[in-house]
Design a protein around this ligand. Structure first.
Ligand code: CP
Ligand code: NVA
Length: 310
């Protein structure tokens, strides 16, 4: 018996979709956002169910996927490690086979990328990465859409990454390679991006800077993230020392382009990776960025289940 519908597509990392798919998704996100703001019903996923599996904490991802699926006419099942058999060592393969017979779509936030890949390999339905140690593609989808809304196409632009060579940094690099912009990366030593983990083909879409100020020079967008990501809490004290100079300051924003934006996926720690004057200042787009998780993920869920719509 066939277990997988033809054309089954997962969204496990940014490079799973093409530049053409992204152009469609940005257009579609804008339409879905306009309808949402006008209280116009848009329910192409009625009778569809999304399972959300969280092995790490979340505010934005949980609310945006859950609210988004209801707004699209569907419903949601929320699972965590603590309240499901996932936390009692049921094999991922078995969980994937069972859950994907009962729902139409699965979103997972977990630790290693290999876990979500294993789940997807045994799933009958599309699987979306809601954050792993290695990638956070839904966040970059929202960040790019936010940039485009404020400034137009990101092709040819410069994005300065100040901080950890983490899941967000890896995903920015995949996006740069696919969509034709450059990332200026500045990370403390020992916390660099690993090109193999980031899954990029060449080093052409990024430049490495020891000094974060140099990385920000001439940037169209300056962005950062927490010093200690979820799952790395044991390294917190060492990271606080290593990252002390990787805080986005007004001086860094001053050397970026005059109209440079600041973004942060949130949650943020003011006074650590970013000064309050920056994240709460006029160049910050963080609230639009957070809101746009809702709109882009609605477009993504619709795309994975129904394909491109006219
Ligand atoms: N940015 C983001 O993914 O936020 P949450 O951890 O709150 O979901
Ligand atoms: N890099 C952070 C992002 C949180 C949304 C983490 O993985 O914890």
């Amino acid at each position: 018996m066939s277990t997988k519908p033809p054309g089954l597509r997962h969204y496990l990392q940014f490079s799973d979709l093409s530049a053409e798919d992204y152009a469609y998704l940005f257009e579609r996100s804008a339409l879905i956002k306009r309808k949402f703001k006008a209280y116009e019903k848009h329910q192409p996923l009625s009778d569809r169910t999304l399972a959300m599996i969280f092995e790490k904490a979340s505010t934005r991802t949980r609310v945006s996927f859950e609210a988004g699926m209801y707004q699209l006419g569907g419903s949601v099942v929320h699972l965590t490690t603590g309240d499901s058999q996932l936390g009692r060592a049921e094999p991922i393969e078995d969980s994937a086979k069972v859950i994907s017979r009962m729902v139409d779509l699965v979103m997972i936030r977990t630790y290693e990328q290999t876990k979500i890949e294993t789940f997807a390999a045994h799933s009958r339905v599309p699987v979306i990465n809601g954050l792993t140690n290695e990638f956070h593609p839904c966040q970059i989808l929202a960040d790019l859409f936010t940039f485009i809304e404020h400034r137009g196409s990101i092709a040819g632009k410069v994005v300065a990454w100040v901080g950890d060579g983490n899941n967000m940094a890896n995903t920015w690099l995949q996006a740069a390679e696919l969509l034709g912009f450059t990332v200026h990366l500045s990370t403390p030593s020992g916390y660099e991006v690993d090109q193999a983990v980031a899954g990029i083909r060449s080093g052409e879409s990024y430049k490495v800077f020891r000094d974060p100020m140099q990385a920000c020079k001439g940037a169209d967008l300056v962005t950062t993230d927490v010093w200690t990501s979820m799952g790395y809490e044991a390294e917190n004290e060492a990271r606080k020392k290593a990252f002390a100079d990787w805080c986005v300051t007004p001086a860094m924003m001053a050397v970026a382009k005059n109209d440079a934006l600041f973004m942060h996926c949130l949650p943020a720690h003011r006074g650590e990776e970013v000064m309050a004057e920056v994240i709460d200042g006029p160049q910050s787009a963080v609230w639009d960025e957070a809101e746009n998780r809702l709109h882009v993920q609605k477009a993504l869920m619709e795309f994975l289940l129904l394909g491109r719509l006219a």
